[in-house]
Design a protein around this ligand. Structure first.
Ligand code: DGL
Length: 270
């Protein structure tokens, strides 16, 4: 039966685990397959053509495992090639843009109608969050690419008082703070790991995790399509990088101390 099949999730690396963690809380009875393309991270500094090529390989890999739907837990892919992924997948696909922008617009309505978008360079250059926010009636949008955030979060354990983290975060965030946005979109699924540091520089602003919003997005979609599973609960992890490193770092992104065992695959075969 179609609804008993797993949900596929992919990201360029570990960031999508912030979406996975929200999804497991929201839908504990779903089976999930997670793929992190750690061998080729970051995506956010690459051209749209390369991002598309990688995203389609990630999609074909998940489809080869028979998933019923795909959650693109990557702001960079969602904003550059959501429709290409949908066309290749042939199953329902959700990205992080739509639900995140809807939530931000809702908050902005009660304030100055101003939203900040934080994302990778490729995400900001695509203008996808901006277009979706405008569709939802947001008048004032502050776009900020934060290219140092992904390498920082993947390779370092950032804390609210560590000086390297504060230097990098304040570089991107301090100029935005003066404009008092009502909401700031953490438009890359890696950024929730910096939320407590970003909040120090944006104390009056609501931060929205694109991973968490996307988990809600896929719940809505599966409900609408009658594809919810009431009998699953397993999660499998695959990575194109080193499985040991993936497993070691995963709990930091999942926000819980659980043992993760990842399997290596060669993504160039897809
Ligand atoms: N988690 C990806 C995103 O949401 C990170 C992008 C990257 O690999 O640069 O955009």
């Amino acid at each position: 039966m179609e609804n008993r099949k797993p949900i596929g999730i992919f990201d360029s690396g570990l960031g999508g685990l912030t979406a996975l963690s929200a999804l497991r809380r929201l839908m504990p009875d779903e089976d999930i397959i997670y793929f992190g393309d750690s061998a080729r991270i970051p995506y956010g500094t690459k051209s749209p053509a390369v991002i598309k090529k990688f995203a389609l390989q990630d999609t074909r890999f998940l489809m080869s495992l028979g998933v019923k739907a795909i959650l693109i837990a990557c702001g960079t892919v969602s904003s550059n090639c959501l429709s290409d992924v949908s066309a290749v997948a042939g199953v329902p696909v959700v990205g992080v843009i739509e639900e995140t922008a809807r939530q931000a617009a809702e908050i902005a309505k009660g304030g100055n109608n101003r939203v900040a978008v934080l994302g990778t360079s490729a995400t900001i250059n695509s203008g996808a969050f901006e277009a979706e926010l405008r569709k939802n009636g947001v008048g004032d949008i502050i776009n900020q690419a934060c290219p140092m955030f992904v390498p920082l979060v993947e390779n370092w354990h950032p804390t609210a008082d560590d000086s390297a983290t504060n230097a990098i975060v304040s570089e991107y965030i301090a100029p935005i703070a003066k404009q008092l946005p009502d909401a700031a979109i953490l438009g890359c699924t890696h950024y929730p790991l910096l939320a407590n540091v970003i909040a120090k520089y944006l104390p009056e602003t609501r931060l929205i995790s694109s991973g968490e919003a996307a988990a809600l997005g896929i719940k809505k979609l599966l409900t609408e399509k009658g594809l919810l599973n009431g009998f699953g609960g397993k999660t499998e992890f695959y990575t194109s990088g080193g499985e040991k490193l993936f497993s070691q770092n995963a709990s930091r992104f999942l926000g819980e101390d659980i043992a993760v065992s990842a399997m290596h695959i060669d993504i160039e075969n897809y």
